[in-house]
Each structure stands twice: as structure tokens, then as C-alpha cells.
Design a protein around this ligand. Structure first.
Ligand code: PMP
Length: 304
């Protein structure tokens, strides 16, 4: 189990063991709450930096806006509290989890005047899909569960309840012996992983899914900039699973998953079955950027 010393709750730090909520917490019953996942890296100069903190905070507020939740703090306050949570726990690197939820009050689906609560936790977290996955790539399976339809789940919002869809898909493919799930949208086009966006490379051109049914990943955006800087053309459009099967390379992007190469999908090797040169190049630059080694991406780093 993950653990750290303190958790920020509604404006003050409480001990990890005391960071409890009432069982009548509305979000616990119905799933309307919003959250973020943010990474902090130890940089080459020994300092620590949070990767794209203002963008993550902005997305948290956008998710809340979509969900009609009014966060009782400003964006600046949430960003500062996120940084402070890393500091207070003495973390050099780790993962930060701001969570906005509806507290106890009215029951029933309509949260009339339930209080909006905010918590921020931070803890040590290694490679989400394993060190071996980062180096050698992972085995992916298309899930039988479709990504939420754009008019039933709000896919641009990181809403707590949206992740039931991800958990169903992930459990299904892990049980089948794979590492990660790929979900198709309700029309059958490639959408995203259970917690990652996807890129494919064919004949030197990079493609990622259009924003239609996916979460607008901050790592996805970073990779698009890195790829442009390397002179690649990146197109954003829908593609099919067989286009993925025949890609030369493929990789997932996400805060937790970072840049994880995909070596196999549904029993078909992707390219040679090993991470390809484009994947390796963007992955290397990504890690140089987050660790403050490549100064051209310093605007992404919030030093603490
Ligand atoms: N899609 C989903 C469903 C996710 O949960 C995540 C992780 N937040 C992503 C994509 C990747 O987004 P980001 O790069 O901002 O972490």
C-alpha cells in the first residue's frame, strides 16, 4: 500500500492515518467527483520539479466545471497546496493526487447542497506499467468494453465514476494475461488505454487519436510538442484497430504510464516487437525534459 506522512484536506494538513471521510460522502455512493494525477521528478541538479502543474490544475477546474462542481479554492491555491504536499512529505519524486468530492448531505442522485471537499495526497510511485514495460514495451489487448460514449460519460473530464469503465477493461485484459487494456470508442475506432492516450508510427509519420472520445492528456500534448521539435508531422485523427496492428511502432502516454512502448496488441507484434527508434527518441527526450536535463522544456517544470 502507498503511504506518506500527511494529506492536505480542505486547507490544512492531517496525518495520513486520520485522512478519513464520512460513509455518507456523496461521491462514494454515486461517483461524481473529479481528480488529477500529477508527477514530480527529481531533477539532474538535485532539485525536484512538478511536471506541468498549472495545466493539471486547470484541467481539474475544467473537470469540475463540466461536472457543475464549484471548487472552494482558486487555481493558484490548489497548485500551491499540491507543491506543499510534496514538500511536507519530504518527497524528492512521486505522484500527486488532488481529489474534489461531494461530502455528506443530501442523499439520492441530486446533490442539492452537499459540501465540496478537496484533498491532496502525494506518495512515492514507480513505473506504473513496470520498469520492464518502459524499457521493452507492454502487451496490450483490445477490451470488450467500449470507451464511454461521449454523450453518456464526459470524456474530457477526469470524473471519478468514469474510471469504472477503465477498471472493467483493465480487469478483463489482466485476467487474459495482458498488461494493459485498449478501449475502442462506441463506433469502433481506437480511443485510449484505461489511463493513457495512444500514438502510432507508420513510415516515419506519427498519429494519435483525435480528441473526440479521449481525455486530453497533458503527456499527449507534451509528446506532440517534442515530436514537432524533432521535425515529425503529427496528425490527430481517428484510426482503426487494424491500422494499429500494422503500425511500425506504438506507445502509450500518461502521467502514470509516462511513455510506455507497446510491443504487442491482441497477439500481433507491433513492428519488430521491440520499442522502435521514434518511440525511443521521444521517450528519451521526455525523460530529459521532466528531469530538467533538456532546458528547452524548462517551462514545463514547477521547481519546489
Ligand atoms: N486517458 C485517461 C483515461 C487517463 O486517465 C489519463 C491519465 N490522466 C490519460 C488519458 C493521460 O492523461 P495525462 O497525460 O494528462 O496523464
Amino acid at each position: 500500500m502507498v503511504k506518506a506522512s500527511k494529506i492536505w484536506m480542505d486547507g490544512r494538513f492531517v496525518d495520513w492515518a486520520d485522512a478519513n471521510v464520512h460513509i455518507m460522502t456523496h461521491t462514494l455512493h454515486y461517483g461524481l467527483g473529479v481528480f488529477e494525477g500529477i508527477r514530480c521528478y527529481e531533477c539532474v541538479d538535485g532539485r525536484s520539479a512538478i511536471f506541468r502543474l498549472p495545466e493539471h490544475t486547470k484541467r481539474l477546474f475544467a473537470s469540475a466545471h463540466i461536472s457543475q462542481i464549484k471548487i472552494p479554492f482558486t487555481e493558484a491555491e490548489i497548485s500551491e497546496a499540491s507543491a506543499e504536499t510534496v514538500r511536507v512529505n519530504g518527497l524528492k519524486q512521486g505522484y500527486i493526487r488532488p481529489l474534489v468530492y461531494l461530502g455528506a448531505g443530501s442523499m439520492g442522485v441530486y446533490p442539492k447542497d452537499n459540501p465540496v471537499r478537496v484533498a491532496i495526497a502525494a506518495w512515492q510511485w514507480g513505473a506504473y506499467l513496470g520498469e520492464d514495460g518502459l524499457t521493452n514495451g507492454i502487451r496490450v489487448k483490445v477490451s470488450s468494453f467500449s470507451r464511454n460514449h461521449v454523450n453518456s460519460g464526459m470524456t474530457k473530464a477526469k470524473i471519478v465514476g468514469n474510471y469504472v469503465n477503465s477498471i472493467l477493461a483493465k480487469r478483463e485484459v489482466i485476467a487474459a494475461g495482458f498488461d494493459e487494456a485498449l478501449l475502442l470508442d462506441t463506433e469502433g475506432f481506437v480511443s485510449e488505454g484505461s489511463g493513457e492516450n495512444i500514438f502510432i508510427i507508420k513510415d516515419g509519420a506519427i498519429k494519435t487519436t483525435s480528441l473526440t472520445s479521449i481525455l486530453k492528456g497533458i503527456t499527449r500534448d507534451a509528446i506532440i510538442r517534442i515530436a514537432h521539435d524533432k521535425g515529425f508531422v503529427v496528425t490527430e485523427e481517428r484510426f482503426t484497430r487494424d491500422e494499429l496492428y500494422t503500425a511500425d511502432e506504438a506507445f502509450f502516454t500518461g502521467t502514470a504510464a509516462e511513455i510506455t512502448p507497446i510491443r504487442e496488441v491482441d497477439g500481433r507484434l507491433i513492428g519488430t516487437g521491440k520499442p522502435g527508434p521514434v518511440t525511443k527518441a521521444v521517450q528519451e527526450t521526455f525523460f530529459d525534459a521532466v528531469k530538467g536535463k533538456d532546458k528547452s522544456y524548462d517551462d514545463w517544470l514547477w521547481y519546489i
